[in-house]
Design a protein around this ligand. Structure first.
Ligand code: GH3
Ligand code: MG
Ligand code: MG
Length: 346
């Protein structure tokens, strides 16, 4: 899902700032479980040391190294997904190495090989998950068949049972990953109009806000509310009302640059975010859009730049201008100046 088209600024692993926040949140939520599982695995390894020799100690040192290097950097990096992916790969390699030296195909550690790829399922997109599973498969073949071919020849059944289990994990993991991606997309889109929704606006605005603060750039926000929309529903029916909303979305999309975005805030209210645009230019764009929307509604325009770019202030000013436009007789645009909304000629 998370296609590049939706958000050209997103990286390949983690499409948006919101996905990144979810990934970190998921990591925090499972941290306690992870500590207990690690302690359990460690205890089992140490208990098996009479048979396995010094490897549990090596395994523990390697795990501690992983926590101190990669895991430690996850919460501090601007691109935490890279360290999460590296940490998964690291776990896959150390689990395979552990399986190879503790019995190959017969090792009790073998199922751990698939664990990192499964964990990736609720973080990354399908191609990343497929790559992770392919990586696990290669490691598993190398760690069992290639490392100790004599043992494999002696009892190949165990290897094929493990392989069948891995295939089961692959199917389950991919369906988990697809569901997760669908849920993410659903959370960002308005299905009636095909526009991005308010939740998507929040994450996009957070990115634009950081950019504007850093570069002293400007952002303009236009909010629209269709005039007397309720009467369209009441007089012509809900289906006709839906068609008007879809048509309005289409008209708002026209007359915009490729990187301007239109959102449905809810009901018959829409927002247009114009990065790098000041109040005057935003007003021209809003007037063009208003003219394009038949039986158009009034709109309110607000713009800010640099550290003044804050969603609450910008939206409050644009919304106040919108109310002013309604009070002034509808079918017009009003612009919010620093001192408050200013009425403009219709
Ligand atoms: P005003 O000119 O003052 O803005 O009045 P209005 O009728 O446009 O606004 P009001 O807030 O009174 O009514 C908005 C209506 O939008 C009420 C609600 O039934 C309708 N609505 C909200 N969401 C949808 C939707 O998804 N489809 C349809 N058809 N109608 C919707
Ligand atoms: Mg309304
Ligand atoms: Mg309305």
């Amino acid at each position: 899902m998370c296609r590049k088209m939706e958000d050209p600024t997103g990286s390949w692993l983690c499409p948006t700032e919101a996905d990144r926040a979810r990934m970190l949140e998921a990591g925090t939520l499972v941290r306690a479980a992870r500590v207990w599982v690690s302690l359990g695995v460690l205890a089992a390894l140490l208990a098996s040391s009479p048979w396995t020799g010094p490897w549990p100690v090596v395994f523990s040192v390697v795990s501690a190294l992983q926590v101190a290097t990669l895991d430690h950097r996850v919460t501090r990096s601007a691109r935490p997904e890279r360290f999460v992916a590296m940490s998964f790969a690291f776990t896959a390699i150390s689990a395979t190495a552990g399986a190879a030296v503790t019995g190959g195909a017969q090792s009790p550690l073998l199922p751990l090989v698939a664990l990192p790829a499964t964990l990736m399922a609720n973080r990354f997109r399908r191609p990343v998950v497929v790559a992770g599973l392919g990586f696990s498969l290669v490691l598993m073949v190398l760690g069992t068949v290639a490392v100790d071919p004599a043992r494999f020849a002696h009892d190949p059944a165990m290897f094929f049972v493990s392989l069948a289990m891995l295939v089961g994990v692959v199917i389950f993991t991919l369906s988990l990953s697809d569901t997760e991606m669908r849920l993410r997309a659903d959370a960002r889109f308005d299905h009636l109009t095909g526009l991005l929704n308010r939740a998507a606006l929040a994450s996009r605005f957070a990115e634009l806000r950081s950019q504007a603060h850093a570069t002293n750039g400007s952002i303009a926000l236009v909010v629209y509310d269709l005039d007397r929309f309720k009467s369209v529903n009441d007089d012509l029916g809900h289906d006709r009302g839906d068609a008007v909303l879809r048509d309005t979305a289409q008209r708002l999309r026209e007359h915009l640059r490729a990187f301007d975005l239109v959102y449905r805030l809810g009901g018959e209210e829409f927002a247009v975010v114009l990065p790098g645009v000041g109040a005057e230019e935003a007003l021209e764009i809003a007037e063009r859009q208003r003219a394009a929307v038949e039986a158009s509604g009034p709109g309110g325009v607000a713009a800010a730049h640099g550290t003044a770019v804050e969603w609450d202030t910008l939206f409050r000013r644009a919304d106040a201008a919108l109310l002013q436009a309604k009070r002034d007789g509808r079918n017009r645009i009003a612009v919010a100046r620093q001192a408050g909304p200013v009425k403009l000629a219709a």
